[in-house]
Write a protein that binds this ligand. Structure first.
Ligand code: NAD
Length: 503
């Protein structure tokens, strides 16, 4: 009888020692230093050590990348290829991502501190699936013919925009890049990607894999650098047709200004959140609701735009609910991101850690009660770690309930009536995601409809699929990532009238 032997677990710490980093930009198919020769330190939040030097792109580097992207777009080396050809290249790109999954996962974890098992199982897989899904979709989407009078034909077609500037954050670096790249490249655009200065490494490697897959030079360029330098230059560039931005609402506002000050480029903003998780007393499985709230909030150390950071609980079940949250929270204690066991890893950098600790202090001083955590831990590592923190007795007007914390901090807000909780849930500048927990089908529908958010879950929180749009109402942004709707962001709608003369 054949026996199967299980592969020994990977010693990620040992592998980390041998990683070869390349922090140069990728422009026109070539790895290049910044034109100024400047670099910045890429620091690992795991232990605070400098991993490598990364090219510090500025406006001259952005300009070189945009020129290269425009040239590629105009000569049709990608934009002019039949959809079936673009499909094959992007499918190959997706396969290469999966083929390099351990390398990419290790880079991601070293660079931004999330546990290696999640980089492997979530980030790499989701990025590869996203590219493959848009590859598959592109030769299945048809244009339209309008129902006009018979003396003319009106063709309504979607055309690629041209050069897309993609500016992305550090919390899911590969996934956020893939959500822009998939639909933008599939529809024939060229892309200049500016990754976060806090997590530039996987974007650079992705661009190499894309070229290896057959993406022509110049179609996908990556310029690392700081937001106020490379990011601003890209968003102000007169030859960029659209900006696909994911990041904070503060910077999203600037993106709109940059467009107004330059060429009125399209701006698609995917911004912050302060998502409401509403638990009614008619939902019987309080434990499931509480465990889901904890798991969804603490995942990725709370560094998720859609984290349910405002948990509204009916007063009659609030004590039971908070007792369960209190016993769940320690399961999310941070640990070594390379150890393969901890549920959460490091906070992305010292600045973000200080911001989160500042919010914890603000919660305390405004009168909320800390049930769990609240402190920095593992400082002996040189890295940046915070305990999973739960606040009870929060009111919707406190800073911790109004501002995005982007860290492992959960706030419980008690309520009495449906009308009161709907009003509180909607009393937020944000509108990214929400959930309602109720066994009453009428109430579940009623409240789901009343919540002003781009995604509402009923009796769940984290369902996710590339087939559904993701994005927000209000100051959580405009436009949608994922699903076929993302094609709308990277294409222009054109009408072509063809007159048909009578004989
Ligand atoms: P951020 O806004 O500080 O930075 C995002 C990107 O913008 C980075 O690449 C940064 O370098 C760049 N940038 C910063 N200042 C700039 C400027 N003046 N001009 C041009 N570019 C600039 O956000 P962050 O801290 O990297 O990420 C966290 C934020 O992202 C949170 O608010 C989170 O909610 C949001 N986010 C939203 C989604 C979504 O889909 N809605 C997904 C993930 C993260």
């Amino acid at each position: 009888m054949a026996t199967t032997t299980k592969a020994p677990p990977i010693d990620w710490r040992a592998r980390a020692v041998d990683v070869q980093f390349d922090g140069r930009a990728l422009i026109g198919g070539q790895r290049v230093a910044a034109l100024s020769g400047e670099t910045f330190d890429c620091i690992s939040p795991i232990d605070g050590r400098v991993l490598t030097k990364v090219a510090r792109g500025r406006s001259a580097d952005i300009d070189a990348a945009v020129v290269s992207a425009r040239q590629a777009f105009v000569d049709g080396r990608w934009s002019g290829k039949p959809p079936a050809v673009r499909k094959k290249v992007l499918q190959r790109f997706s396969e290469l991502i999966l083929g390099a999954k351990e390398e990419l996962a290790l880079l991601e974890t070293l660079d931004m501190g999330k546990p290696i098992q999640y980089s492997l199982a979530v980030d790499v897989g989701a990025a590869a699936r996203c590219i493959a899904w848009y590859a598959e979709a592109i030769d299945k989407v048809y244009d339209e013919i309008a129902p006009t009078a018979s003396n003319a034909l009106a063709l309504i077609t979607r055309e690629p925009m041209g050069v897309i500037g993609a500016v992305v954050p550090w919390n899911y670096p590969m996934i956020m890049a893939a959500w822009k790249l998939g639909p933008a490249l599939a529809t024939g655009n060229s892309v200049v990607l500016k990754p976060s200065e806090k997590s530039p490494l996987t974007a650079l490697r992705l661009a190499e894999l894309a070229i290896q897959a057959g993406l022509p030079e110049g179609v996908f360029n990556v310029v690392p650098g700081f937001g106020g330098e490379a990011g601003e230059a890209l968003a102000l560039h007169m030859d960029v047709d659209a900006i696909g931005f994911t990041g904070s609402t503060r910077v999203g506002r600037k993106m709109l200004e940059y467009a107004g000050r330059s060429n009125l480029k399209r701006v698609y903003n995917e911004l912050g959140g302060k998502s409401a998780f509403v638990v009614f007393d008619d939902f019987k499985d309080v434990a499931r609701a509480a465990k889901t709230a904890a798991g969804s909030l603490f995942f990725n150390a709370g560094e998720s735009c859609n984290a349910p950071s405002r948990v509204f609980v009916h007063e009659s079940v609030a004590d039971e609910f908070t007792a369960i949250i209190k016993s769940e929270a320690p399961k999310y204690a941070p640990g070594d991101p390379l150890g393969g066991k901890a549920q959460i890893g490091a906070i992305v950098d010292e600045t973000q850690m200080r911001t989160v600790l500042g919010y914890i202090e603000a919660g305390r001083s405004e009168g909320a009660r800390v049930l769990n955590g609240g402190k920095q831990v593992m400082s002996e590592t040189g890295g940046y770690y915070i305990e999973p923190t739960v606040f009870d007795g929060v009111t919707n007007d406190m800073r911790i309930a109004r501002e995005e914390i982007f860290g492992p901090v959960l706030s419980v807000i008690r309520f009495k009536t449906e009308a009161e909780v709907v009003a509180m849930a909607n009393d937020s500048a944000y509108g990214l995601q929400a959930s309602v927990w109720s066994d009453n089908i009428n109430r579940a529908h009623r409240v789901a409809r009343a919540l002003r958010a781009g995604t509402v879950h009923v009796n769940s929180y984290d369902e996710d699929d590339i087939t559904v749009p993701f994005g927000g109402f209000k100051q959580s942004g405009n436009g949608r990532d994922k699903s076929l709707h993302a094609f709308e962001k990277y294409t222009e709608l054109k009408t072509t009238w063809i007159r048909i003369d009578a004989e």
